[in-house]
Write a protein that binds this ligand. Sequence first.
Ligand code: NAI
Ligand code: AKG
Length: 431
Amino acid sequence: MAEEKSLLSDAQSRMVDIFDRIDVDDDVRHQLQQPRRIHQAAIPVRMDDGSLRVFPGWRAQYDQCRGPSKGGIRFHPDVDADEVATLSFWMMLKCAVVNLPFGGAKGGVQVDPKSLSLLELERLSRGYIRAFYDVIGPNLDIPAPDVNTNETIMGWMADEYFEITRQKVPDIITGKPLTMGGSAGRTAATGRGALYVLGAWAKRQSKRPENMTIAVQGFGNAGYHFARLAQEAGYRVVAISDSKGAIHASGGLDPEPIWRHKNQTRELKGMVYCESSVCTETDVDQISQDDLLALDVDVLVLAALESAITTGNVDRVRAGAILEIANGPVTADADKSLTSQGITVLPDVLVNAGGVIVSYLEWIQNRTGDYWPESYINQRLAEQLVGQAELCFDRAEEENIDYRVAAYLQSVERIAEAIASSGTQRYFRND
Ligand SMILES: NC(=O)C1=CN([C@@H]2O[C@H](COP(=O)(O)OP(=O)(O)OC[C@H]3O[C@@H](n4cnc5c(N)ncnc54)[C@H](O)[C@@H]3O)[C@@H](O)[C@H]2O)C=CC1
Ligand SMILES: O=C(O)CCC(=O)C(=O)O
């Protein structure tokens, strides 16, 4: 079955159509078929009880032809080399689609971070940098947060890098705490950017936020900030899920108190759902996570993990459009099915690029020492992301192609140009 392929082959299968549509040199095709490097390490961690555990970790660098590679670090029990490589491939496409001077990378550790104490988590984070400090760098490969990592972890990692290299180089990692050179606006940037892309698309469709309902799968950094800002912008957020369960209220949910409650109890259930007049507790139903994906809403937001929609559940989707905040939440075969059902998909490489755009702004601030207020960051984010999204939307309309194909074309054309500019002999030196 197609969906038993590795994640990377599934992701790569979308490139066939792209290469058929543009005149790309064979060298480029070959170069984009696999990551340039995947570094792997065993990361030893002394546990609080004195025992030693060793966690496998990876850093994949897909391509660096447009600049140093960029991408987050994920802590999750399912992380493996295939997943990290695939995420680095999507990072490469993402940075190019929004025209950042970066290639693509991603890192990960196979671990359940919820089973670690805070000190164990810090030792693991520092261990990751000890394992990979010589293959990352401000001009080489710049990590950032991803699933189950956050600004605290980026702070520990940056500090470990400073200790090893004896250099205060804040541009080594983005998504850091403000006190260590982090950028205003980075924490909410992925959700905010996704809202900007949704808004630009909705405007083209003459749809108004007040008339649109939204269900959000995944209530972490990206999903929460998206839901909060969407509600503020007038959209009605009617359902939210996380890894433990899902809640639904047709009158609308209030993301902020739900987030506070979740942070205190780690659960979505049993809380005061609304502080505003959106709904009362009795209006809220507990539903299954699968049922959230089948809700009849205007926009289904996928903000959890890869392969949320597969050929196994795609027929249940009733939303008018899908907003992909997660990386790779729809498999290639499921994507074809959505297109044939007439369901619009706003693709991950564009929708979730707000995070890396603000990471880029953080990197610039670190390199210049000139720090900017959040209002200016959000303005730059909007200009860069919406500007590039409009180019994709225009192309999709002009060429009658879906948004993912338009985004991939925009990206691959830029990458191919950079590869061409690097010359044809760089892999053939006798060194
Ligand atoms: N944090 C960032 O800046 C960026 C994140 N992304 C992508 O967005 C997605 C989410 O990332 P973050 O919010 O940072 O991670 P996070 O770790 O903060 O949150 C992930 C959320 O997904 C939920 N989840 C996991 N499995 C689920 C399931 N089966 N059903 C429903 N919910 C489930 C978790 O409970 C958690 O609420 C990932 O695909 C990530 O790669 C993309 C661009 C940037
Ligand atoms: O902020 C960054 O550099 C990368 C964020 C990330 O991992 C992603 O966009 O998937």
